[in-house]
Write a protein of this length. Structure first.
Length: 508
């Protein structure tokens, strides 16, 4: 309750500044003035000084953090760039990252105290809608090196002081503290781990990289570790090391990093089941020699509608198993997932229903979806498991070369869990290796067609992976037994529908 009241208080703009300034003042007052003075003289920026002392939070977001903030706490400030507009002194530790100074894409050096505004403008321009954002910051290794050098130096110089602590806030975290709160206000959304990411990438100049390489090889040649995270050499050698380190840090090229920023959304998934009513629609887009096979694909119909609704860059369609282009998918439908990449928006539950409705009311009625919904990334695991189809039910329109007899009906329906040997069908030999597999036909039922003695509907339930067309006509003896061999006549399959799929794992 109290925190909500505090939030309400802070949301009044007038209070934000005074609250912040008070906090900033308190923070500054608590710092040891001699050490601060020393760090300022080393050319270290205000935010870096905060992080050296392990300070966290919104104080980093205070506007215009110039060394003058230390004026009250520090007796004598060294001459700084404060009132000098000609040249801004770049921080020797963060190389300007925490001063919002950087090189832009064409190399121009910019200092932009409105970095949050620059970022929020990009997000809005790119058309992203989100309730949350999270910052991904990438910092060049030289900054880490600088931090380590300074930390070693501080430990030697101030290690015995009561205020000294090893903990230093990373440049990455300090940048996040500086940007999170202003961005929350500008974007009107919360900073928390979600699918929408803002990526800030800093890269060091080539000179800085070269310098770092030299320093690293120089360090390797010495025996003591410069970095105090490693072993602890004697205090004398430490003293030497630390002064070397600090000297090195100050000799580094004082050049701002190149800065690039972008945003994206991590993939999310739609799950559901599809029905295919056409014998001229493939499951995925199917092109042979620049020629499209079939009039459309399930992938394009479903994925295309989702892509448009989410304003995404692209999508990937994954289905649990497949059926041939000329086989309809009926009954409860086949489970599928659509992976949506870099969407500008994540649809609400209501808009998901709208997408489903839109697909289902398309004029051509080739494809329908059921139970369309957003599923977490676990949907993908479910799908992989789901690929282990267990049983499938079909309805096949069959022709035989002689009239159907009553005993045929009884014979066929009496067979339970019939074992069938299938050699790889002739029609798929070009893409599948020649193998012999045993499959099980769980049950069969013949449904006669009025006034037609040589045509009938064969309903059958089989183990997943059974080649149904071959089971009917025998594939020149490569499938045995077959409907043809059992009835002692020629059998042809005219049409086939999948009417049910029992999955290992049920997705919907
Ligand atoms: Zn700095």
């Amino acid at each position: 309750m109290l925190s909500r009241m505090e939030e309400a208080k802070e949301s009044e703009l007038g209070n934000v500044t005074s609250e912040n300034e008070k906090t900033l003042e308190e923070v500054v007052q608590a710092l040891p003035s001699d050490a601060v003075n020393h760090l300022v003289s080393l050319g270290i920026c205000v935010r870096c000084i905060f992080r050296v002392f392990g300070i966290e939070g919104r104080v980093y977001a205070s506007p215009s953090l110039s060394p003058s903030v230390f004026a009250s706490a520090v007796e004598q400030l060294p001459p700084t760039e404060d009132n000098n507009n000609n040249k801004h002194q770049l921080c020797t530790l963060c190389l300007g990252i925490l001063q919002f100074t950087f090189r832009d894409h064409d190399g121009t050096i910019l200092r932009n105290d409105d970095l949050p505004l620059l970022i929020s403008d990009m997000v809005k321009r790119d058309g992203y809608h989100s309730d949350t954002f999270s910052l991904e910051v990438s910092i060049p290794p030289i900054i880490l090196h600088n931090d380590n050098s300074l930390r070693s130096y501080m430990k030697i110089k101030y290690g015995s002081q009561p205020w000294f602590q090893e903990r230093c806030i990373s440049t990455k975290d300090a940048l996040k503290f500086s940007l999170q709160h202003p961005l929350q206000n500008l974007l009107e959304c919360k900073s928390t781990m979600g699918s929408f990411r803002i990526r800030l990438t800093y890269t060091a100049s080539k000179d800085a990289d070269k310098c770092l390489d030299n320093a690293e090889s120089c360090k390797r040649r010495k025996t003591g570790e410069c970095n105090l995270d490693g072993q602890k050499p004697s205090s004398i050698s430490l003293e030497n090391e630390s002064s070397d380190c600090c000297k090195f840090m100050l000799e580094m090229p004082n050049e701002p990093c190149h800065f690039a920023y972008s945003c994206y959304r991590t993939p999310f998934y739609f799950g559901g089941r599809y029905l295919k009513y056409s014998r001229n629609v493939s499951q995925t887009r199917w092109i042979i020699d620049d020629e499209r096979m079939g009039e459309a694909s399930v992938e394009e119909i479903i994925g295309g509608n989702i892509l448009q609704a989410c304003q995404a860059d692209s999508f990937k369609f994954h289905a649990a198993g497949r059926e041939d282009i000329d086989v309809r998918m009926l009954g409860p439908g086949r489970p599928f997932l659509v992976e949506v990449q870099n969407a500008r928006q994540v649809p609400s539950e209501l808009s998901v229903k709208d997408i489903e409705k839109k697909i289902n009311t398309m004029e051509n009625k080739l494809v329908r979806v059921k139970n369309l919904k957003l599923v977490g990334s676990h949907g993908w695991d479910l799908m992989r498991e789901g690929e282990a189809e267990k049983q499938k039910q079909y309805a096949a329109l069959v022709w035989i070369s002689r009239p159907l007899k009553d005993e045929d009906l009884q014979h066929v329906s009496s067979l339970k869990d019939l074992k069938v040997l299938q050699r790889t069908p002739v029609r798929v030999l070009h893409r599948r290796s020649p193998l012999e597999r045993e499959k099980i036909i769980h049950w069969m039922k013949i449904e006669t067609i009025a006034e037609s003695s040589q045509y009938f509907l064969l309903h059958l339930c089989t183990q997943a992976g059974t080649y149904i067309k071959e089971f009917v006509h025998g594939d020149l003896g490569r499938t045995h037994p077959s409907i043809g061999s059992m009835l002692g006549c020629r059998a042809e399959i005219l049409q086939l529908d999948v009417t049910d799929i029992k999955m290992e794992c049920f997705l919907t």
